[in-house]
Design a protein around this ligand. Sequence first.
Ligand SMILES: [Zn+2]
Length: 220
Amino acid sequence: MNLGKEIEYIDFHTHHGAGSADTVAVRNIMSGEDIPEDFTPNTLFSAGIHPWQGTADNIKWLKTELILTAAHPHVAVIGEAGFDRLKGPPPDVQRDLFRFQCQLAEEMHKPMVIHCVRGWDDLLTLRQEVKPVMPWVIHGFRGKPQLAETLAGKGFWFSLGLSGLKKEILDSISYDRLLLETDDTVGSITNVYLRLMELTHRQAVQITELIKANFNNLFS
Ligand SMILES: [Zn+2]
C-alpha cells in the first residue's frame, strides 16, 4: 500500500471508526455482515470469522459468506480470526476456522488480524504448520512481556491500543512490526499516538512516519 501525504493516522483495528481526511481506518466486518455501502474515503475493512461466531451448524455458511465478503476491493485484511479459550466453540472447531482463514489470506495475499485469548499454543502450532508468507498481526495483546517477546521472535506483528501500550511490552517487540488501534473503545486514534509518543520519548512526526511506514510494509 502507498498512503498519500495527507494521511497522518492509521487505526488498524476498529469496530466503529471510519476513515477521514487524515486517517485511514481498518474497520472490522464479521462473516455474514455486509460491507456498508456508504463508507467514507480512507476506510478499509478487515473481514473474518471471529472465534466467537462458530456454532455446531453454521461453519459452512460462515466460510462461504467470508469468501464473498473478502472479494470486496476494500477488504485489505483477513480476520479478526483466532482462538479464545474463554468463549466460543470447542478448540477443534476454532482450529478449523482459523486454518481456513490462514489459507484464504495466503491465497488472496492479504495480512491477517488475530484475536487470541489464552490459545497461544494453538496459534503457534498453526503458524508452524501454515508457514505463512503474509504477516499475522496480533491485535489487543494483553499478555506478559515474555510472551510478547516469544511471539515477536516468531515474526508476529502487534497492533496495540491504549490499554495494551506499555513500556515493558514495547521493550519486548519490534518497532517496525507495530501498528495502533482503537478496537472497541471510544476515543480517537490520536490518543493512542500520544501515548506511544510519551512512552518512547519520540516526536509526533517520528511516530506518524513509523506507523505509516509499517502499514505500507505490511502490504508489500
Ligand atoms: Zn476486534
